[in-house]
Ligand binder design. Structure first.
Ligand SMILES: *[C@@H]1O[C@H](CO)[C@@H](O)[C@H](O)[C@H]1NC(C)=O
Length: 251
């Protein structure tokens, strides 16, 4: 008797659960999301882009910091600065967690990227960054050529003069190899926010890695965009939610 009374309720709950799993979240939000779209237009041609690589603690965070800047077109996290070949997250050897940045030099330059680098971490912390302890979180400016090397040295000296009480630990190294990290580490902050992933059209992994918009929203998700950009994206998302017709193609 008891089981007979309980079974229908059990199935009812089960069916709700199944509907909840099968019906995509966009329907339940009252928003219809189109199918995945490809790359947004307006990127400068690849020949024009320059690259920079920095290590400044956890690469999830580093990617967020740089991805949101105007002029940054693509970001990739990976391993650099060591000698181990084919490093992996669980065995990265002597490499540092790094972010590889492709930028449009007409909009942002290496010197400005250096300013963001210094202001986004504690270059005086020894053997780690914030709560992350270990050699993989060390601070490195990777340079390519003498001009970048000069800019890096000058900016490090300036940083050191801000306080004599401790040493700036940042290393300056010629960039040799950059090994991209495993897909699950790319755009990590963005992927933690399924709404944002949907709003840009559920890009597949490869598109996420190349997308300028994904790089921006990865910064937004971590609340690491410059305030002006953070506010602009807030506004666009609010508009999408209000209209119920959505797709964010540009921020
Ligand atoms: C260094 O810069 C040159 C041109 O500016 C480029 O062709 C080369 O690929 C860069 N090297 C690395 C390791 O990024």
């Amino acid at each position: 008797m008891r089981t007979q009374m309980k079974l229908p309720l059990f199935y009812q709950i089960l069916s709700y659960l199944i509907i909840g799993i099968i019906v995509p979240a966009d329907v339940t939000l009252g928003i219809r999301f189109p199918n995945p779209i490809s790359q947004v237009s307006g990127d400068p041609p690849d020949e024009l882009l320059k690259t920079a690589v920095f290590a400044l603690g956890s690469f999830w965070r580093s990617e967020s910091v740089f991805g949101c800047l105007d002029g940054v077109v693509r970001t990739t996290v990976g391993y650099a600065g060591g000698s181990k070949s084919n490093p992996e997250y669980r065995s990265l050897g002597d490499h540092a967690e790094s972010v590889h940045i492709e930028y449009d030099p007409r909009v942002i330059n290496f010197r400005q990227l250096l300013e963001v680098f210094w202001s986004s971490h504690d270059s005086r912390q020894v053997f780690g960054q914030g709560p992350d302890v270990g050699n993989q979180y060390r601070s490195i400016i990777f340079v390519n050529g003498t001009e970048e090397s000069r800019l890096a040295v000058v900016s490090k000296e300036r940083e050191q003069t801000k306080s004599r009480g401790s040493i700036v630990t940042t290393q300056i190294q010629q960039l040799e190899n950059f090994y991209p990290a495993e897909p699950e580490h790319q755009k990590f902050e963005l992927k933690r926010n399924p709404f944002l992933v949907q709003v840009i059209g559920n890009l597949v992994e490869e598109e996420l890695e190349k997308s300028r918009l994904a790089a921006k929203l990865n910064g937004y998700a971590a609340e690491l965009c410059p305030p002006r950009i953070q506010t602009r994206i807030d506004g666009k998302l609010n508009e999408i939610i209000r209209k119920g017709w959505p797709i964010l193609t540009q921020v």
